[in-house]
Write a protein that binds this ligand. Structure first.
Ligand SMILES: NC(=O)c1ccc[n+]([C@@H]2O[C@H](COP(=O)([O-])OP(=O)(O)OC[C@H]3O[C@@H](n4cnc5c(N)ncnc54)[C@H](OP(=O)(O)O)[C@@H]3O)[C@@H](O)[C@H]2O)c1
Length: 363
């Protein structure tokens, strides 16, 4: 088997490791990873790996003095060997996987369309990531959406939950929603869902880099697209909410200073600008807060019934994926060397938002 290891102290330092697969113990299954999506979100898993525990899903024992880790991705995989009653070799699954050709899991809490990896080391970790979908038990439509599930849905669902969170709070009275790093799938997904799924009557203003402005404009979901450094173009007289996928401290500071007390809410979601997180400091306006999607999902599960928010998000996500299919070129890269190279390109911001990167590991 092959695995891609990332140096937890220097993400550009990587190692491809080849080793013998170990035999399965009773209760375990061997999972061959077929394909996965790679985006800035996976870089954020590394960046927040210690805080949230992403490094602990697939722990690595290092013997060469480097603090190696495995970055998780969303992908499709096949069970190729099973010593677990109720799970058969040949089953296809979707979920949170390592960048590796193979992984061993211990399925539990079996249902027709899902199981949970109940391996002991995963139990203290956020449980959302321990669940796997068994595709044979799912609606037939999902089989036609494999690439979208890997590449878009984890991000579109977050964009949907954000749009819902804003509507649920009546936008805190804001007339403008500002979205940082709007060319990201989470960012443009949110812009699209504020338009299509909420009753927001104000303006959506996307912030992006000059090279990505045309891409954002081609999607048509922002009333105004402002490039970094030109924040003065934003009307400061209107109450505004800032939803930030960039994590860029200086950008946040400039926006708060420009909007002053009209910055009525400042919500941090991601850190696509992962090397520019410093520079916040004292700022006027609302105190920045971190968005915790599970809190809003939990609230809606109570309001609407368990799973209803996800169903709505998936339905809206499928529509958005279809609408943006001409704007996004899904690209398949094959093999572990390609997996390593695209990881580095993603770190270095060399992947245009037009490219939807899928990595395929099945020989
Ligand atoms: N909190 C949550 O629950 C949650 C859930 C999902 C996603 N997120 C976060 O949302 C963010 C967006 O994720 P995504 O997967 O949607 O991103 P993506 O589609 O891969 O985003 C690509 C965009 O991010 C910016 N970017 C990417 N790499 C960069 C780099 N090295 N330096 C500077 N800018 C870079 C560029 O946008 P611009 O030019 O427009 O800046 C680029 O067009 C991530 O930080 C992710 O972790 C958070």
């Amino acid at each position: 088997m092959q695995e891609l290891l990332i140096d937890r102290d220097n993400y550009r330092n990587t190692k491809i490791v080849e080793s013998e697969s170990r035999p399965l113990a009773d209760g375990e299954v061997r999972v061959a990873i077929d394909k996965y999506g790679l985006t800035a979100n996976n870089v954020s898993y590394a960046v927040s790996g210690d805080m949230i525990g992403y490094w602990k899903y697939y722990p690595v024992s290092s013997d060469d003095g480097v603090n190696w880790g495995k970055v998780p991705v969303w992908g499709m995989a096949d069970i190729v060997e099973s010593k677990c009653d109720g799970v058969e070799a040949g089953e296809r699954i979707y979920g949170f996987l390592p960048m590796a050709s193979e992984v061993i899991m211990r399925p539990g809490k079996l249902k027709a369309a899902s199981f949970v990896d109940v391996a002991e080391h995963r139990q203290p970790l956020p449980e959302l990531y321990n669940g796997y979908n068994r595709t044979a038990g799912e609606p037939a439509l999902y089989k036609t959406l494999e690439n979208e599930r890997c590449l878009l849905f984890p991000l579109f669902v977050t964009g949907y939950v954000l749009a819902d969170f804003l509507e649920d709070n009546n936008y805190w009275g804001a007339e403008q929603v500002l979205i940082g790093s709007v060319s990201s799938k989470t960012g443009f997904g949110m812009a699209a869902f504020v338009n299509s799924e909420t009753d927001f009557g104000g303006r959506i203003i996307g912030l992006t880099s000059p090279g990505n402005k045309a891409f954002v404009e081609s999607l048509g979901d922002c009333h105004q697209v402002v490039t970094y450094g030109n924040e003065a173009e934003i009307d400061p007289s209107k109450k505004s909410v800032y939803v930030d996928m960039s994590g860029n401290g200086e950008l946040r500071n400039r926006l708060h200073n420009h909007l002053g007390e009209n910055m009525v809410r400042s919500i941090g979601v991601g850190a696509t600008h992962w090397e520019e997180r410093r520079g916040g400091g004292d700022m006027p306006g609302a105190k920045p807060e971190f968005f915790f999607a599970p809190a809003q999902i939990g609230k809606r599960n109570k309001d609407w019934g368990p799973g209803v928010l996800f169903q709505k998000a998936y339905a809206a996500g499928a529509q958005l994926a279809a609408r943006t299919s001409d704007n996004l070129d899904v690209e398949f890269l094959n093999g572990m060397e390609a997996a390593r190279d695209i990881w580095i390109e993603t770190l270095d911001n060399k992947v245009s938002p037009k490219r939807g990167i899928m990595v395929s590991l099945k020989g």
